[in-house]
Design a protein around this ligand. Structure first.
Ligand SMILES: Cc1ncc(COP(=O)(O)O)c(C=O)c1O
Length: 386
């Protein structure tokens, strides 16, 4: 049976201010930046329209209703008893990454992150005069894995902070309970703060490890700030909102206030969208996840069967596929843009510049689009590779 998302048309997606669809010329199919081509739920759109009828002056930015909803969401992820004042709103999630680095480390100190990593992680570290201790993930037989020896070796007397992406962008790993346990023990033993970006936490596929927050264990709750937001789950990136969460309100406040008055606050519409999404978005999310999971399996099968030399591990979460086109394929992202007319994110973006060439053959593909657009994009890649 056909699904409403099957009917998406390129003409309708390529509207004037879509970053994804207008950055490249019209003959390029864009499967790069991480938003979905799907419309948000009807309930969410209706609530936004209704919100405009109430006037849009200053509003209660520290919205108590939304905080209570988020406390329930967090409890479901193992973060019990987060105090209301341990939830502070952000104008979006990326400022939380920058604030964590600025508040929890000094210039010249070391920050740990696995690589590859969502670019604002390494940018927040390097642009603010800190050193990145980047530890490459190891490719296991089934999935990308943490390299425990390399993590231990990367710690220096100047290491203050571990930046965690959970689930991980770009590989789609959901760190298991066992991995989280080892990471927690590691953070305590080395006396590290932890910033855990959990923005993709609701996009977990059936059969993947159950999602558990890094801060779910009291042993690390007081040294962790967790970043959350609705934009990936409910496809509202243009509305811009996030939250910084800690069991220790003083730690949350320290991070939130490091930028002083520069931080700003989220918009009234974004608060409404998050409230409504949490209250009424369950069915839309379940249907969207089912569509995404079918797309994920389609991509994995296509890569294995029809893209000679290419490899990927199926993401356990997120709508992103981290694909290696093969060690011979230099500048894979640029090559695909030129030869296949498909825009993906080039692998080196996910590394600090000095490690970028090692990941030249990787690309990140966003499969949150209609099956027909996805198929056309993959067939273009197939023709270019053959
Ligand atoms: C892990 C992660 N954090 C943060 C963001 C961006 O969040 P925001 O748009 O709310 O700043 C993204 C977007 O792709 C992401 O994947």
């Amino acid at each position: 049976m056909s699904h409403p998302f099957d009917t998406l048309q390129q003409e309708q997606l390529r509207h004037a201010d879509s970053l994804k669809w207008t950055t490249h010329p019209a003959d390029i199919l864009p499967l790069w930046i991480a938003d979905m081509d799907f419309p948000p739920s009807e309930a969410l759109l209706a609530a936004l329209k209704a919100r405009l009828d109430r006037g849009i002056g200053y509003y209660h930015a520290a919205d108590p209703a939304l905080r209570a909803q988020l406390q329930a969401v967090l409890a479901g992820r193992g973060m019990q008893d987060v105090p209301a004042d341990g939830i502070l709103f952000l104008p979006s999630v990326v400022p939380g990454l920058y604030a964590a680095v600025a508040a929890l480390t000094q210039p010249g100190e070391d920050v740990l992150s696995v690589l590859p990593i969502y670019p604002p992680f390494h940018q927040a570290i390097l642009e603010q005069g800190r050193h990145i201790q980047g530890v490459a993930l190891r490719e296991g037989p089934e999935r990308w894995e943490l390299d425990w020896e390399a993590l231990e070796a990367a710690v220096t007397p100047r290491t203050r902070l571990l930046m965690l992406c959970h689930p991980h962008n770009p590989t789609g790993r959901v760190w298991t309970s066992e991995e989280l346990g080892r990471l927690r023990e590691f953070a305590v033993r080395h006396d590290l703060y932890v910033c855990s970006d959990e923005l993709h936490a609701d996009l977990i596929y059936a059969g993947s490890p159950a999602f558990e927050s890094f801060a779910a264990d009291p042993a690390v709750a007081g040294r962790t700030v967790t970043l959350i937001g609705p934009c990936k789950t409910y496809n509202v990136a243009g509305l811009s909102i996030g939250a910084l969460v800690s069991h220790d309100p003083a730690l949350a406040q320290r991070v939130r206030s490091v930028a002083g008055g520069l931080m700003g606050h989220p918009s009234a519409l974004s608060v409404t969208s998050w409230q409504v999404a949490l209250r009424e978005g369950g069915e839309w999310l379940a249907e969207t996840l089912a569509y995404l999971q079918a797309n994920r399996d389609y991509v994995a099968d296509f890569v294995a069967a029809r893209l000679p030399g290419a490899q990927m591990h199926s993401p356990e979460a997120t709508y992103l596929a981290w694909i290696n086109l093969g060690p011979e394929r230099k500048q894979a992202g640029e090559w695909l843009l030129r030869e296949a007319k498909v825009a993906l994110n080039a692998g080196p973006l996910f590394m600090p510049a000095n490690q970028a060439p090692e990941w030249d053959s990787f690309v990140r593909l966003n499969f949150a689009t209609s099956r027909s657009i996805l198929t056309e994009a993959l067939e273009r890649v197939e023709r270019a590779l053959r």
